[in-house]
Write a protein that binds this ligand. Structure first.
Ligand SMILES: [Zn+2]
Ligand SMILES: [Zn+2]
Length: 292
């Protein structure tokens, strides 16, 4: 089941619009003519907050959709199940409005389709007639929900879902990162990879730039060195695959064990016995011989 984030998590009020019980079907929408940038999931939340503010600015109650599905396969709650919507005149009180975070001719990614299918099942379990799915244009003259979604409304083919992830920093901050990421805008995910490379003992590979959040040749070299350190025969690696991640973590653990083995254990001082302590001053007499 897709994660359904509460309105509070999204950062919008939990009481937008009037109480209601839209259960007769689902109407799908898109954002409009321009493509929606798909970044990290925190950006999805801020986009939804932005649309809420935009609608407030028009003098409306706020975001009109009941739910929003994002490219990470997450459902963001808008008005929620028990409110009248403001997504299409005539059906606001009867149909759940679902906004897909796509615009123009942007195809909904597999994760978004899967989230919609799961949302549909979830809604059906709560009394919504999930066999009635319409596009916005069934109710009013509009381009919404755009050609790609409208063809799915007509065919009823919402795909079988998948795991494609448009944002490596969305679901898991490291998997999918690759050489070139974080350039020119440094990425927190790349920084994490670089810190792990340092922890694995290969920080010198990152020089002269160090941990800068920009994945260049040095980061690739550091990752390769870490992987070879735990047995990989690779001669080149430029991305954070699952195997890269596993071997990098193993390299950190092995390095830590090595450090522990080499650590000089200093025994507890027992020379003064219980209740003893160092004297306030100590005098050294005679000749002190220092080893060369
Ligand atoms: Zn619409
Ligand atoms: Zn998202």
């Amino acid at each position: 089941m897709a994660t359904i984030e509460s309105a509070a998590t999204v950062g919008i009020p939990t009481t937008i619009g009037s109480p209601g019980s839209p259960r007769q079907g689902i109407t799908v929408h898109y954002v409009g003519a321009s493509q929606v940038p798909h970044g990290a999931h925190t950006q999805c939340r801020s986009q939804v907050r932005g649309w809420h503010s935009y609608h407030l600015g028009l003098g409306w109650a706020g975001l009109g959709y009941h739910y929003v599905v994002c490219p990470h396969g997450i459902v963001l709650t808008g008005r929620g199940l028990n409110r009248i919507g403001s997504h299409s005149p005539g059906v606001n009180a009867t149909r759940i409005g679902v906004l897909f975070m796509v615009g123009g001719n942007q195809q909904p990614p597999a994760n978004m389709l899967r989230a919609f299918l799961e949302l549909r099942t979830w809604l059906a379990a709560r009394g919504v007639n999930s066999s009635s799915i319409t596009g916005h244009q069934a109710h009013i003259a509009t381009s919404c929900p755009g050609t790609p979604l409208m063809s799915r409304v007509r065919s009823g083919d919402w795909g079988t879902g998948g795991t494609s992830n448009p944002s490596p920093e969305g679901d898991f901050p490291l998997l999918g990162l690759k050489e070139g990421d974080g350039i020119p805008t440094p990425s927190e995910g790349v920084k994490a990879v670089q810190r792990l490379i340092v922890a694995a003992g290969f920080g010198s590979e990152l020089e002269p730039f160090g941990v800068d959040g920009q994945w260049g040749a040095g980061t690739s070299a550091g990752l390769l060195a870490a992987r070879r350190y735990v047995g990989s025969n690779l001669t080149s690696v430029k991305s954070m695959t699952g195997e890269s991640y596993a071997q990098l973590i193993r390299a950190c653990a092995r390095r830590e064990a090595e450090r522990a083995a080499n650590r000089i254990e200093v025994p507890e001082c027992t020379c003064f016995g219980d209740g003893g302590g160092l004297p306030a001053t100590a005098t050294i007499s005679g000749t002190v011989h220092l080893k060369p």
